[in-house]
Ligand binder design. Structure first.
Ligand SMILES: Nc1ncnc2c1ncn2[C@@H]1O[C@H](COP(=O)(O)OP(=O)(O)OP(=O)(O)O)[C@@H](O)[C@H]1O
Length: 227
């Protein structure tokens, strides 16, 4: 029960940039989040924030180090097993939401649930409930292109929450929104976190938003330290 929801131990990751020698982006990142904890991740541009979030969200693998999600060590797991854990336990919000443009807001929230084995009726009911909570019931049948940036980002939250994840990872979720919309979207996110008790690691450049989280950590020179 006291297992961290996310535990990163000694993560290292480099990229071969086509020139001799690799670029070491992460050089031994240690970080742990417990249930109900919100942590802001701040980092200068290019410091490796997306790389870190992708590894934590099982979208990428470290060169060295360990990723543990809800007490499960991900080392040596098959792609299939990693995908199953990612679908069930991890919600991911991207900076530019990445909603499926040809599907409605509701379908965007329903589809990850179907992929996770939910029945259509239950998935539709949960999507309707989530969209209602973020004030988008009237927009459920609209496609992303018919929604404002803030509305699209709220749909992206609902999609990330669709399978009731234990861990929410967000990469600059309010980065492309105006301050007022960003504030509103952030309030919705924090309310959902408080309600569900999940752990959230949220990358942001906005220090005011960061200061409203339980803890702020800084990624710099390949390491994560308290800010
Ligand atoms: N697939 C890749 N191949 C080569 N280099 C990469 C790759 N992905 C990222 N990098 C490099 O690794 C470094 C970190 O990238 P990353 O996207 O994680 O940074 P970031 O902190 O998210 O940046 P930003 O805040 O500007 O989005 C950058 O120097 C980037 O050029």
């Amino acid at each position: 029960m006291n297992d961290p929801v996310l535990r990163l131990d000694g993560l290292a990751k480099g990229y071969l940039q086509g020139t001799p020698g690799a670029v070491e982006v992460l050089r031994g990142v240690d970080l742990a989040l417990t249930a109900g904890e919100t942590v802001a991740l701040v980092a200068p541009s290019g410091a490796g924030k997306s790389t870190l979030l992708h590894i934590a969200g099982l979208l990428d693998t470290p060169d060295v180090g360990r990723v543990e999600i809800a007490g499960q060590d991900m080392a040596g797991r098959s792609d299939r097993a990693r995908t199953a854990v990612r679908r069930r336990d991890v919600g991911f919000i991207y900076q530019f939401h990445h909603l499926l443009p040809e599907f409605s807001a509701a379908e965007n929230v329903i589809l990850p649930q179907l992929a996770n084995g939910a029945g259509r009726r239950a998935a539709a009911a949960r999507a309707a409930d989530l969209l209602a909570r973020v004030g988008l019931s009237a927009r459920a049948d609209h496609r992303p292109a018919e929604l404002s940036g803030g509305e699209q980002q709220r749909v992206a939250f609902c999609r990330a929450m669709a399978n009731g994840p234990k861990l929410l990872l967000a990469d600059e979720p309010t980065g492309n929104l105006d301050p007022e919309t960003s504030d509103r979207v952030f309030e919705v996110l924090m309310a959902l976190v408080a309600e569900t008790g999940l752990a959230a690691l949220i990358a942001t450049h906005n220090m005011e938003l960061a200061s409203r989280m339980d803890r702020v950590v800084r990624l710099e020179a390949g390491l994560v330290r308290p800010a």
